[in-house]
Design a protein around this ligand. Structure first.
Ligand code: F6R
Length: 248
């Protein structure tokens, strides 16, 4: 895994935004769509702010961009405060010229008996868009990517998963109380992520230092899902100095 260290989260985010913008423009020139896999949470907020700035101030168009988000709580209404559908609209989609219908966030309202078919369809949509050109990831303190918790198979696809208690605890600040944090989520699988042509994992802050080290320098094991990225030929971690602190 390549590691790119920046002084701050803002600088790292700007570098990744510039890389994404360059690919979008290159694909525009070629008359091709640019397919992005996107994450939510606190980590990509600067990245999305910078992409919005590039749209507003530097004429970056998203008309040829198609996006697929990693995950969504289940069940959840799309307009709920904690919904990742809502998050993406507020942080990015409402502020750029992406076409309605070109962005996809898993639907937290699909009836349970239809989830399996829904997840298979999500995978097919990614394939028929041409596959993910770049997948953006954050990392959980337990090493999860998307909501692929420890133990997730390297062959896993988009599916319903039970959230770890540590993940529910880490995300509880967003909810009125712990009992309201959903126990389930829909997430792309590890295999879905590994099929992306390029993977960029972002991590900021000292609280991510330990899991960054285990992911980059430890054994590749499904007990640390991010360490499975060692098996992808084109993955880089873009991190700040604090998150890089434990690397040898
Ligand atoms: C969210 C996602 C998660 C987060 C991870 C880190 O779409 O896929 O894996 O990236 O939980 O969350 P933050 O960025 O809030 O530290």
């Amino acid at each position: 895994i390549a590691v790119e260290i920046h002084p701050t989260a803002k600088e790292g985010s700007k570098a990744v935004a510039a890389e994404i913008a360059a690919l979008i423009r290159q694909k525009q020139t070629a008359g091709e769509p640019c397919v992005l896999g996107l994450a939510t949470g606190s980590t990509p907020k600067y990245l999305y702010a910078e992409l919005v700035r590039l749209h507003r101030e530097e004429g970056l168009s998203f008309k040829n961009v198609v996006t697929f988000n990693l995950d969504e709580y289940y069940p959840i209404e799309p307009d709920a405060l904690q919904s990742y559908n809502r998050f993406m609209k507020e942080q990015l989609f409402n502020h750029i010229d992406i076409k309605e219908g070109n962005y996809h966030v898993p639907d937290g309202t699909v009836p349970k008996e239809k989830i399996k078919a829904y997840c298979e369809e999500y995978e097919r949509k990614i394939e028929s868009a041409g596959g993910l050109d770049i997948q953006i990831l954050g990392i959980g303190n337990n090493g999860h990517i998307g909501f692929n918790e420890p133990g997730s198979s390297i062959n896993s696809h988009t599916r319903l998963i039970t959230l770890d208690n540590s993940t529910r605890l880490a995300n509880a600040f967003d909810f009125p109380n712990m009992s309201q944090v959903p126990r389930l989520a829909i997430t792309m699988g590890i295999n879905t992520i590994l099929k992306a042509k390029k993977v960029i994992l972002l991590a900021w802050g000292s609280h991510k230092a330990k899991i960054v080290r285990r992911s980059v320098e430890g054994h590749s094991t499904d007990q640390v899902p991010a360490s499975l990225l060692q098996q992808h030929p084109n993955t880089k971690f873009v991190i700040d100095e604090q998150a890089a602190h434990d690397l040898t």
